[in-house]
Design a protein around this ligand. Structure first.
Ligand code: ATP
Ligand code: MG
Length: 329
């Protein structure tokens, strides 16, 4: 069955390998059979970057470049910028009536981000409410499927709760619940061994990193701190090099054999890092080249076409919402 797919990335930086395995790889497949919308979430990125709007604006183009470079085809996928579809903002305001402060404060992903950003003492409301704006993004397109990393599961849950409340309150079926689709690796670890590679932690390998940067990052990866000599037995669990080999090396048997050798002792960190470096260089080189060949003028053209298509759909949904809310003056 043809489904409607929506995804979003915050342009607070460029996209990284976590995005790729968490959801971009799925999106490249999904565009073949489904109607896919991809939103560059600049309004959301401003919730924790409002003092640096120029960074967000610059990264809108970088993220679009990343999309095209990994194989998103603008003929098949509608790519648009969040702030260019103001209907989403209006929907957000209505949805705020269907969620309590306590409910927002309970969101485990937002909670972790608040602690990480040091917002504990004074949480900007825009930031706390960003899951509600995500509900607008999802519902505006009557989305069926949302390819996301694991950290986004609480957002989809909240979105579906709001949908049910809205529909129940206004005795309507205007809004639709969505299903999350988690990628091959739901949460790719950071280079430093932290559980999630992320832009804001700056512990990720970006799709646009140069060959030298990739090498430097691979050789800085967290392994097993007790594995000092090559002959020492080493730990594979929690070892970031193996996490990335699992995610990106095409030969699973070879990875299994490497793990065995590492566990027994006799395989050095320099050697496994060398293997991972070769793997990642081969994966990222064509992406980097495609990226470099994209012209800004073409990117802007794609985004403004996408805006027109996205607005048409969002406008229609908003109209239906306004009807059931008696906002028909
Ligand atoms: P920020 O630090 O600014 O929040 P981020 O690196 O978490 O950035 P987002 O733009 O918030 O990236 O996330 C976009 C999508 O990519 C989401 O679906 C998210 O779950 C997924 N994603 C991000 N990082 C990872 C990761 N390390 N592993 C798997 N999926 C990820
Ligand atoms: Mg994030």
């Amino acid at each position: 069955m043809r489904q409607i797919v929506l995804t979003a990335d915050r342009p607070s930086g460029k996209l990284h390998l976590g995005h790729y395995v968490g959801s971009l790889a799925n999106r490249v497949q999904l565009q073949e059979e489904h109607q896919q919308y991809m939103m560059v979430a600049d309004v959301q990125a401003l919730t924790d970057n409002f003092e640096h709007p120029e960074t967000v604006a610059k990264n809108v183009l970088e993220v679009t470049r990343d999309y095209l470079a990994v194989g998103i085809d603008p003929e098949k996928t509608t790519i648009f910028i969040q702030s260019q579809v103001p209907e989403l903002t209006e929907m957000t305001v209505y949805y705020l009536n269907f969620v309590t402060l306590a409910r927002l404060e309970r969101n485990p992903t937002v909670k972790a981000e608040i602690a990480q950003k040091g917002f504990d003492k004074a949480i900007p409301m825009g930031f706390l409410c960003y899951p509600v704006s995500q509900t607008a993004d999802i519902t505006a397109f009557k989305t069926d499927l949302v390819p996301v990393g694991e950290d986004q599961l609480p957002m989809i849950e909240l979105s579906n709760e709001i949908v049910r409340r809205f529909n129940r309150t206004y005795q309507t079926k205007v809004l639709k619940e969505a299903t999350p689709l988690v990628g091959k690796v739901g949460r790719l670890a950071g280079l430093d061994g932290k559980e999630k590679a992320s832009k804001s932690l700056n512990n990720a390998i970006f799709l646009s990193d140069s060959s030298e940067e990739i090498k430097r990052k691979v050789f800085s990866m967290f392994t097993d701190p007790a594995h000092l000599k090559v002959s020492d037995p080493g730990l594979v669990e929690g070892n970031v090099v193996f996490t990335y080999l699992d995610a990106f090396h095409s030969d699973k048997e070879e990875v299994a054999a490497l793990k065995e050798r590492y566990r027994l002792g006799g395989l050095g960190d320099t050697e496994i890092k060398g293997i991972l470096n070769t793997t990642l260089q081969a994966f990222l080189e064509p992406i980097r080249e495609r990226r470099a060949g994209l012209k800004e003028k073409d990117l802007r053209g794609i985004l403004s076409e996408g805006m027109r298509a996205a607005r048409t759909v969002a406008c229609a949904t908003l109209q239906e919402m306004r009807e059931v809310m008696h906002l028909r003056y």
